[in-house]
Ligand binder design. Structure first.
Ligand SMILES: Nc1nc2c(ncn2[C@@H]2O[C@H](COP(=O)(O)OP(=O)(O)O)[C@@H](O)[C@H]2O)c(=O)[nH]1
Ligand SMILES: [Mg+2]
Length: 493
């Protein structure tokens, strides 16, 4: 167990003693203890129809979450790992209730069992999916949706004023940059809140296949748009990264069926200009008989699962050598942007999971001490402050965001190395130090020592301002941590 995790457990033990007899406080503390043991919680947020549920399915690798409207898209739904499928409704008032599981065309049919959406705090789906073993995903109703209450509940679960967020991190989807997207991302980082910046977010530019009217170049255009957004100072400050993703294609790639591959391979055999004519629109494609081996039912399935863009891309991939379903699925997942998103999820969120969870717990305990003051709290407060300053990685994330936004400016020649050392290109030691994965321990140690020296010198430079000194100190901590870890593994040998 990491030392910060045991310090957090210790903080919770002390606080539990402090609140002996106060059942409300004790149950909150117990929930925080569980949260430390559980997988990281990542919420998928964005406006209605941004493609949230579709992307969530792509990450899980199964079509569980229902896409498109329905009463359950109005409630927050958690997907977490369980050995047997189970559905539990947590009402705003009263005890949780188990509901029967039903599926329609693969998707779970979530019913609220007579409750109105505003009476439901959230639904929890336990599902035996390997992808959920290290990650709990939270599907949220659209923000800025027409129904104010729906959007308010969603926002409140992620950025409440008086409790830690339900999520440790957020994937935020947007089709275009809208003022309400910026408003929501700003609310997460609101500097007036004590724990501003507590919840880190990755921005996904979603449904990118629709950008170029179904043409293969859509993904290239999407890449350009994402680049432009990356230059946007405001957005850079508010997110850890911006990635274009074709969610529908990603979902299909993760659940590709052999029959679909066979039909696409038949299409790939058709003469190019004839095929292009049939792919001019959905209606023409559905009515076409070329090739006759792909019937109308299969055409409908392909349109729903791939979209016209996805069909075109799959055909091109088959023609250039993806000659079985597994290879095609892998190639589609890569092109859809899903692989890059999963890498970022792993590199930026999972790799810092312990610290992100602890941060949520610290916020909870801090709020509890404020809401329900008790004599003896002075014993706990210093522990809390110590833990806050010891949980180093969220500080790295915050600094990364400030560097990327230009809110903290380093001398130009130092900026790329700073981002890299803070884990901006991946949190493994070799990625941070810009060394090959197979680097020797001695090379790693040497590079880390050199970095400590360089960044310490910069921090002591008379022209370095407060913000620069802050960055330098955090980087020095990071590098010292690397050296300490190396030395303790060497000692264990
Ligand atoms: N073409 C295309 N359609 C998508 C994509 N992602 C979602 N959709 C469609 O957009 C609609 C809304 O998607 P959904 O995931 O329910 O959005 P949510 O409201 O944000 O959860 C559905 O009909 C999806 O099939 C995508 O990447 N490309
Ligand atoms: Mg949805």
């Amino acid at each position: 167990m990491k030392p910060v995790t045991s310090a957090a457990a210790e903080l919770l033990r002390e606080t539990t003693e402090l609140y002996a007899g106060d059942h409300t406080a004790l149950s909150m503390l117990e929930a925080y203890s569980c949260r430390l043991q559980e997988p990281l919680r990542v919420a998928v947020a964005g406006m209605a129809k941004a493609g949230k549920s579709t992307l969530l399915n792509a990450i899980i690798g199964e079509e569980i979450a229902a896409t498109d409207a329905g009463e359950c898209t109005k409630v927050v739904t958690w997907y977490r790992h369980g050995h047997v499928p189970k559905l539990t409704l947590h009402p705003v008032e009263g005890q949780p209730r188990e509901l029967p599981i039903r599926r329609r065309e693969g998707h779970l049919v979530l019913t609220l069992d007579g409750h109105r959406p505003e009476e439901v705090k959230h639904l929890v789906v336990d599902w035996p999916s390997p992808a959920l073993k290290n990650l709990t995903l939270i599907d949220t109703p659209g923000l800025a949706s027409l129904a104010e209450s729906v959007s308010a509940r969603s926002e409140n679960s992620m950025a409440p004023d008086d409790a830690p967020s339900d999520a440790d991190a957020i994937i935020y989807l947007m089709r275009h940059l809208h003022s309400s997207d910026v408003k929501f991302l700003e609310a997460l980082q609101d500097p007036k809140r004590r724990f501003s910046g507590a919840v880190s977010s990755l921005v996904v530019l979603s449904r990118v296949d629709e950008i170029g009217a179904g043409r293969i170049e859509s993904l290239v255009s999407a890449g350009r748009i994402a680049d432009r957004y990356r230059q946007d100072k405001k957005l850079r400050r508010l997110s850890l990264g911006i990635i274009p993703v074709a969610g529908l294609l990603a979902q299909t790639a993760r659940t590709l069926r052999q029959s679909e591959y066979v039909a696409l391979a038949e299409l790939a055999k058709v003469d190019r200009s004839a095929r292009e004519r049939t792919l001019l629109s959905t209606d023409i494609f559905l009515a076409s008989k070329n090739p006759s081996t792909v019937n109308e039912e299969m055409r409908t399935c392909l349109v729903n699962r791939f979209g016209i863009f996805g069909i075109r891309l799959a055909v091109v991939l088959i023609q250039s050598g993806s000659n079985d379903a597994t290879t095609l699925a892998q190639e589609l997942a890569r092109r859809s942007g899903l692989d890059e998103l999963l890498d970022l999820l792993q590199g930026q969120f999972q790799a810092r999971a312990a610290e992100l969870k602890i941060r949520s717990v610290i916020m909870g305990v801090d709020q509890l001490l404020k809401d329900r003051p008790r004599p003896g709290a002075e014993r706990v407060s210093p522990m809390l402050e110590r833990l806050l300053s010891a949980s180093h990685e969220p500080r790295e994330l915050r600094l990364l965001m400030r560097l990327r936004s230009g809110a903290a400016t380093l001398p130009r020649e130092f900026a790329p190395e700073a981002e890299q050392l803070l884990g901006g290109s991946g949190t493994s030691v070799s990625k941070r130090l810009g060394l090959p994965e197979e680097a020797y321990q001695s090379e790693i140690e040497e590079a880390a020592l050199a970095a400590v020296k360089r960044w310490r010198t910069l921090s002591e430079h008379p022209l370095s301002d407060r913000a620069v000194i802050d960055v330098c100190r955090t980087i020095v901590r990071t590098c010292e941590g690397i050296i300490e870890d190396l030395q303790s593994t060497a000692d264990q040998r």
